[in-house]
Design a protein around this ligand. Structure first.
Ligand code: DX5
Ligand code: ZN
Length: 221
């Protein structure tokens, strides 16, 4: 297994103090900043765009920024995020007219590329693009909001994707997003995930370092 990465979702951070919140969570031991982009079209919520990503870079954030696009269409906004300092850019296959082209665009711009699967999105979208992926993100809630409950069928889906990655021999991260908590992160890791997004489970606690350490301990078991 690759070194597990903890990626706090800043959707649950205090947006009025975003720079400070990101500094705090990275100081507390987070590996990656998960950046949720919602357009009130593909998902019923509206969040942040490339300007905020760039502002975090200008603020001095050097950790990888994992841009999770929940927007439709995707191609127009990809170059803006690459320019704004995104490290990973992932999108939902249903939101792109040309999945292969969108993945190629992300990679051409020097970012790591990934596809995101909603709970009911079939894994067949992986069939012809495994060689273009740096990350596969399985949603364990329906996208749009933080603080929802983990959908248990994700565990079986994780096992299936873990097997596909291992059989392919490709260097691909398996990321999970939604309802990840200290209580369930152990079984999520056992199912094959190696990159863990957690929003409310981290930002709704007083001691980010303690929460992240507790998560790491469960992953290691
Ligand atoms: C949901 C977002 C998630 C969200 C996770 O659409 O993609 O990243 O912030 O929040 P929690 O961890 O609270 O379920
Ligand atoms: Zn997300």
């Amino acid at each position: 297994m690759k070194t597990p990465l903890i990626a706090p979702s800043i959707l649950s951070a205090d947006f009025a103090r975003l720079g400070e919140e990101v500094d705090n969570v990275l100081f507390a031991g987070a590996d990656v900043v998960h950046f949720d982009v919602m357009d009130n079209h593909y998902v019923p919520n509206l969040t942040i765009g490339p300007l905020v990503c760039e502002a975090l870079r200008n603020h001095g954030v050097t950790a990888p920024i994992d841009v999770h696009l929940m927007v439709k269409p995707v191609d127009r906004i990809i170059p803006d995020f690459a320019k704004a300092g995104a490290s990973y850019i992932t999108f939902h296959p249903e939101a792109s007219e040309h999945i292969d082209r969108s993945l190629g665009l992300i990679k051409e711009l020097g970012c790591k590329a990934g596809l995101v699967f909603n709970p009911a999105t079939p894994l067949s979208y992986l069939d012809h693009v495994m060689d273009k992926l740096d990350v596969i993100l399985l949603m364990s809630v329906n996208p749009g909001f933080g603080g929802q409950s983990f959908i248990p069928s994700t565990l079986e889906k994780l096992r299936q994707v873990r097997q596909r990655i291992d059989v392919s021999g490709a260097d691909i991260r398996l990321e999970v997003d939604g309802g990840v908590k200290i209580d369930n992160i152990g079984e999520i890791a056992a199912a094959g995930a190696d990159m863990f997004v957690a929003g409310s489970a981290i930002f709704n606690t007083d001691d980010y370092a303690k929460t992240i350490a507790a998560m790491r301990e469960k992953i290691a078991k």
